[in-house]
Design a protein around this ligand. Structure first.
Ligand code: F6P
Length: 505
């Protein structure tokens, strides 16, 4: 793939650094250990173990400037139609901070605030009811954010409700979630921005029938009329808006289940943490702007060094779902091969995002990270203070976190080739003071902004996802055949597979 014009200034640095070993870069310039680090509130980031030197770092910042990243960030916050294919703004920042200038951003902020008041009233009413269990029915952005948040912030759960998540259209998921629940004590929230998602509508129908009446059925949607048509009472339908992308929506009423678990107070603290990151990103020049630096490191690894994947390695059990959440955030946002106006991009874009929690992952896929033929850049994420009180475990966890990052970078020689470690595996270290609602909100907002900045450099739209439509369309067209109707099926392989399903199923 030939390279985009903006890449020409990076190319010489990439050529120069391709054979430079990370351990040598750090040894020759020890000051980078502190200089390539940034703190934003409770979040500290260190980029010293990325395969850049100061000249390459400066060149990356120059690219950010040449691509007018700061103008693009202003456009995002101010509600310009940055989602060009759908002619919409992407105002997830207005769900948590009043930083946008102009009527569109201000109106969004006002609507989000009014919706939180309605949410608070519904939380209070459910608190006062006999409901013990909540089922969040949604998929993708209507599931992954709340699911991650409740896992990550489990220590802050008020314990008022047990919250369950139902996403997969596989009926086994519904059977598993409903087993042991009492319909008289359960409320369901149907979360779907479009209220047209097959999985959520089917699972929603199961819940509606299982609950028996609509009294404990709630909805969150940008198409409230569709929710009403499903028999959900207007007072239990919370709005969403087309100016919030699904994968950026946990800060909206999509986070109703988060508010039920943590209380409105906890939910507001989550938003405050994201707002802290928003303010930093909105007002800080590129050289000290954490989201811009994180994004430019992503660009460097993808385009400068040609790495095709990115590992997310949280060293905290409560963040085990973070890689799954970031898979949608990054890959649905950046998985594009044409630029905003439809012309082909001339560089590689999205990396494959994957990962898992340390230390578990050390005993599964780390072998490949240390000695495999591909280099996988990693984001390590550590949490400094935890409430569990098991001090020996904390020390072991932190020692492993430090050790792995060091081993990735430096490697180790050995006369026996089987036992030698090449090292030179780049990583970023992100450290949170603690995993509370604020720092968790700040962490997710950092990744959101980093994704946006990368999209700006690549010239692509981070807020549409046309690539998911074809599969939905073909699935809809195949439904009659799967149901057993004698309808023509064009594709020869699908015909054979269908036959196999029919005879053996
Ligand atoms: O199919 C992809 C997608 O549109 C995601 O972008 C979205 O988060 C998910 O489906 C769920 O969509 P909805 O909230 O409209 O049900």
């Amino acid at each position: 793939m030939r390279s985009a014009p903006w890449f020409s200034t990076l190319a010489p640095h990439a050529a120069r650094l391709t054979d430079a070993h990370l351990a040598d870069l750090v040894r020759d310039d020890p000051g980078r250990a502190t200089d390539l680090s940034v703190r934003v509130g409770p979040l500290y980031a260190n980029f010293a173990r990325q395969r850049v030197d100061r000249a390459a770092w400066a060149a990356l910042l120059a690219v950010a400037q040449a691509r007018d990243v700061s103008g693009a960030l202003a456009a995002l916050f101010d509600g310009h139609p940055v989602n060009r294919s759908e002619q919409r703004p992407a105002l997830h920042t207005a769900l948590r901070s009043d930083l946008g200038a102009g009527d569109t951003a201000r109106a969004a902020f006002a609507e989000a605030s009014a919706t939180r008041e309605r949410m608070a009233a519904l939380v209070a009413a459910l608190d006062a009811s006999g409901v013990t269990d909540i089922v969040n029915v949604g998929i993708g952005g209507s599931d992954l954010g709340p699911r991650l948040a409740l896992d990550a912030l489990r220590d802050l759960d008020r314990g008022r409700f047990r919250v369950h998540f139902l996403s997969n259209v596989d009926g086994n998921a519904a059977r598993h979630v409903l087993r042991g629940l009492d319909p008289a004590r359960t409320a369901a929230i149907l979360v779907s921005k479009s209220f047209g998602t097959q999985e959520t509508l089917l699972n929603g129908s199961i819940l509606r029938a299982w609950l028996g009446d609509g009294e404990r059925l709630y909805a969150v949607s940008s198409k409230p009329d569709r929710a009403l048509a499903h028999g959900i009472a207007p007072e239990r339908v919370l709005p969403m808006w087309d100016w919030v992308g699904g994968r950026y929506s946990l800060w909206s009423a999509v986070g109703f289940s988060i508010a039920l678990a943590l209380g409105m107070d906890g939910f507001e603290r989550l938003l405050a943490g994201a707002a802290l990151m928003d303010a930093h990103v909105r007002h800080t020049p590129a050289e000290g702007n954490l989201a811009v630096l994180h994004a430019m490191v992503g660009i460097w690894n993808r385009n400068g060094l040609g790495y095709g994947t990115q590992a997310i390695l949280p060293y905290d059990d409560r963040l085990a779902r973070l890689p799954a959440y970031l898979q949608q955030l990054v890959m649905e946002s950046l998985g594009k091969r044409v630029a905003q106006e439809g012309e082909p991009v001339h560089t590689a874009t999205v990396p494959v995002v994957w990962g898992g929690a340390g230390t578990d992952s050390q005993h599964s896929f780390f072998q490949a990270l240390h000695q495999g033929t591909d280099t996988v850049p990693a984001d390590f994420i550590g949490v400094l203070r935890s409430p569990h009180g098991f001090e020996d475990n904390r020390r072991a966890l932190h020692a492993n976190l430090l050790a792995q990052s060091e081993a990735f970078a430096n490697g180790a020689s050995d006369a026996d080739a089987q036992k030698a470690y090449p090292g030179d595996r780049p990583s970023t270290m992100l450290l949170l003071d603690q995993l509370d609602a604020e720092s968790f909100g700040a962490l997710l907002a950092l990744y959101e902004h980093s994704v946006y900045v990368q999209s700006v450099v690549w010239g692509i739209n981070a807020f549409d996802q046309w690539g998911v439509e074809l599969g939905k369309k073909i699935a809809a067209s195949l439904l009659p055949a799967v149901a057993g109707d004698d309808v023509p099926v064009d594709d020869a392989v699908t015909r054979v597979l269908l036959q196999e399903m029919r005879t053996r199923g």
